[in-house]
Design a protein around this ligand. Structure first.
Ligand SMILES: Nc1ncnc2c1ncn2[C@@H]1O[C@H](COP(=O)(O)OP(=O)(O)O)[C@@H](O)[C@H]1O
Ligand SMILES: [Mg+2]
Length: 247
């Protein structure tokens, strides 16, 4: 099994969007995929997957993941929303993350994708601990704003320190194409390359701003897996690169 972190220095840049679409794409390609939302402060992968109120399920011994097609999904949201005392008795979120990863009947997985909150807090440290400080790769999601760069640099330095291989930067909301004149507008600037060069990492995707994505948030929102044309090509290329890098 290959483990992949989807992370960033910033919130609201598209980490969950990338994690969910990547997991679904790999699952649709025939791989056995697990997706775990470890964003304790704002878990919303389930919303993107069209699950209203995720519940904790067990087979009596272990947690059983929610199945979306063949994708196996666990989310911190199911513990928070159901206010389940068994889990909250352990007061630390570390314990919760630990249990959700280790005590879940994931079955044989090819890929385990973990969607993180921004930054280098307890969550990545705890997850790293669960996997004996070995993760197979990380994808850093960012928008191309100058203001995002410092934070993204910090998380990359953290990953380097923890010896997590950085597969690349996934730039999101790179530009907006005017539906009338076809002109590309770089609303957030073009600052990702500066950082990529400085840190010596690749930019593996440049996904444009697509208004429908934001608008349809809350419904099943697997726009990337269902996209067509240019966006589909960019998405497929990025997924392929991730698969190749993970080996
Ligand atoms: N390429 C995009 N174009 C338009 N909206 C997007 C795009 N990517 C993400 N969004 C929207 O931006 C918001 C934040 O995305 P999300 O994936 O939740 O970010 P994060 O997990 O980093 O906080 C969501 O409403 C999402 O639907
Ligand atoms: Mg998120």
């Amino acid at each position: 099994m290959k483990t992949l972190m989807v992370t960033s220095g910033k919130g609201g840049v598209g980490k969950s969007t990338v994690a969910v679409n990547l997991a679904m794409e790999l699952s649709l390609s025939g791989y056995n995929v697990g997706l775990m939302d470890v964003d304790i402060h704002g878990p919303n992968d389930h919303i993107m997957l069209g699950i209203d109120k995720p519940k904790i399920m067990t087979d009596g011994k272990r947690f059983t993941p929610i199945e979306v097609g063949s994708l196996k999904f666990m989310t911190i949201a199911s513990a928070i929303e159901n206010d389940t005392p068994i889990i909250w008795r352990g007061p630390l979120k570390a314990k919760l993350i630990d249990q959700f990863i280790q005590d879940t009947a994931w079955g044989e997985l090819d890929y385990m994708i973990l969607d993180f909150p921004p930054g280098s807090g307890d969550e990545p440290l705890e997850v790293l601990k669960v996997y004996d400080n070995k993760m197979d790769g990380a994808v850093i999601v960012t928008t191309p704003q100058k203001v995002a760069l410092g934070d993204v640099e910090k998380i990359m330095n953290f990953l380097k320190k923890m010896k997590v291989p950085i597969i690349g930067i996934w730039e999101n909301m790179s530009y907006y194409t005017c539906p009338h004149c076809g002109k590309r507008h770089y609303l957030f600037g073009k600052h990702t390359d500066e950082l990529a060069e400085k840190m010596d990492v690749d930019v593996i995707a440049r996904i444009p701003l697509i208004p429908e994505i934001g608008e349809r948030f809350g419904a099943v929102n697997l726009f990337l897996t269902r996209s067509e044309g240019e966006v589909r090509e960019k998405f497929e290329k990025a997924v392929k690169e991730i698969v190749e890098e993970l080996g």
